[in-house]
Design a binder for this molecule. Sequence first.
Ligand code: PLP
Length: 368
Amino acid sequence: MSKQFGPEYVRAIAPYQAGKPIAEVAREFGLDEANIVKLASNENPFGVPESSKQAMAAAVAELGRYPDANGFDLKAALSKRYDVPADWITLGNGSNDILEIAAHAFVQSGQSVVYAQYSFAVYALATQGVGARAIVVPARSYGHDLDAMAAAIEPDTRLVFIANPNNPTGTFIPAAEIEAFLDKVPANVVVVLDEAYNEFLAPEQQFESAQWVRKYPNLMVSRTFSKAYGLAGLRVGFAIAQPEATDLMNRIRQPFNVNSLAQAAAIAALNDKQFLEQGARNNAAGYRQLVEAFEELGLEYVPSYGNFVLVRVGQDDGAGARVNLALLKQGVIVRPVGNYGLPQWLRISIGLPQENAIFITALKKALG
Ligand SMILES: *Cc1c(COP(=O)(O)O)cnc(C)c1O
């Protein structure tokens, strides 16, 4: 490849590996799209909520105009839900956008960003995209080691990413540990607490992280409509932080980063309690279905608090790719995680009961 364009730190970026689309697998393996099961991207197996579909249909008439750049109605709904002022909210084109905006807003080339080994791939991309230095802190039992992360912060560190629950491992950090961590972080270091899977936590595990931003001016809580709310294709997420950090985010953000349909659909989904409850019930039952199968097969897995499970499908570094290919041939798409440094593992998103069952049957065959 030519070496003449772009800075070295951009050339060093390894492109994000997304889950394979259904149509691509159908083409590659000569399968019927209708028979393919996709458990690869932690999407909601129920799809788009009906309430969101109706809201989008009503919003179509206004698509000739630019979206509301300030997202007034969506921010008002979020403000009410999380009991924070509307001007503490930044909207994102998915929460990936929030992560990237944060890197641009708070970090300059040459400074450092702290995140954990085996945490979300986008932290590395956002860090490298601004020419910053990544301080990757070794995981403890596949989760974040917050003591080590606090100790890893250097004088030039400006940002810390924490995923809770974490993707791809599904691990969870209780509230008290995160608060103890926040108490240790220097005031000039922004902590992005990425809670993309918060809605899947049992009520007793949930905590008022949105209220912590009142106490910590350097805390930013990030959420998404892509997972529990079933709107991954629309791209909408948001961050909650005090005005100083939020103001910088809004200077970097593209003015029309969240489109009109996404804003309308997100408001409807936010108020659709039934949809969330149905998703949570399905997720809890599907988790049991998957881990019971893993136990029966004698496969190690990481106990998960999200809508996916990380499972070890072999003891050699070819195992993840090999079993993944055997699953693809049977029309089951899951996520290999070799790019996360976990070549013996696969990440399985929790689907509908029937989808989970098809996966389990295919897995048994794949393992021979
Ligand atoms: C899926 C995911 C996101 C959300 O991505 P969107 O851009 O909102 O679709 C953010 N963080 C983590 C850890 C995720 O797994």
